[in-house]
Ligand binder design. Structure first.
Ligand SMILES: C[S@@+](CC[C@H](N)C(=O)[O-])C[C@H]1O[C@@H](n2cnc3c(N)ncnc32)[C@H](O)[C@@H]1O
Length: 230
């Protein structure tokens, strides 16, 4: 994967070289507050809405694409937010290497790459191994939010979450289409405007649940990606 790299100078952007020296993601903020993670932040419109609504919480927004990190950082600066940090990193690498067990208040994943071709489905980010990693990182009662426009991904993840004993369902069905006051991302907006439903799953880590050690990282798609040059 070749990316044209833009130098991101925003103070909310954390370069990879700095991330490597950090033991606890809370060190990236001026004060400890509940910590939330958005995976695949795209242009940053979702995280800005969420962080504006919750100034008493801290937010990490990640994307593997430098351009997305640049756009997200600019949006955060424009909104004058001080409770968000942006990282260019891969979700599983971050969760397994830099996130302390039970340290996340919530995880948000919106419209992840759907990999519609059958032979590419194994590239999808969210599967049962990923849910075990998420359970390991979420605090008791921590929220797992997943939304997609892609029917079979939405059904599959809803069913995986229902079957996972560490998660309690916040709704009565595996997924819902009513988003309530959940912020709308760029991709969600695109599909809603076309009259297509969003499949939204909201689950919480069961209080008292003893999570198994997370599965060992599997070398695979997206886990090897170009390092930043500057
Ligand atoms: C289809 S876009 C959706 C963007 C945004 N969430 C939205 O709903 O508008 C998916 C995003 O996830 C990012 N992404 C894909 N795989 C990722 C991974 N393993 N770790 C971090 N980001 C990832 C992509 O670079 C892309 O920006």
């Amino acid at each position: 994967m070749t990316q044209r790299m833009t130098l991101i100078t925003s103070a909310c952007y954390v370069p990879e070289s700095k991330l490597e020296k950090i033991d606890d993601l809370q060190e990236l903020f001026t004060g400890p507050q509940p910590l939330n993670l958005e995976i695949g932040c795209g242009i940053g419109d979702f995280i800005v809405q969420l962080a504006e609504k919750n100034p008493e919480q801290n937010f990490i927004a990640i994307d593997i694409f430098n351009r997305g990190c640049d756009q997200t950082s600019r949006r955060i600066d424009l909104a004058g937010l001080t409770n968000v940090r942006v990282l260019r990193t891969e979700a599983r690498s971050l969760l397994l290497q830099h996130v302390k067990p039970q340290s996340l208040r919530a995880i948000y994943i919106n419209c992840p790459d759907p990999w519609p071709k059958k032979r590419h489905r194994k590239r999808r980010l969210v599967n049962s191994d990923f849910l075990k990693i998420a359970l390991h990182c979420l605090e008791e009662g921590g929220d797992f939010n997943f939304s997609t426009d892609f029917v079979d991904y939405g059904i599959e993840v809803g069913e995986l979450l229902m079957a996972e004993p560490g998660f309690d369902n916040c709704h009565h069905t595996a997924y819902v289409h009513d988003l309530g006051d959940y912020p709308i991302s760029k991709y969600m907006r695109r599909f809603l405007d076309l009259g297509q439903p969003i499949y939204y799953s909201h689950y919480q880590r069961q209080p008292g649940y003893v999570a198994a050690p997370p599965p060992a990282p599997v070398k695979g798609f997206r886990l090897r990606w170009a390092k930043e040059s500057g």
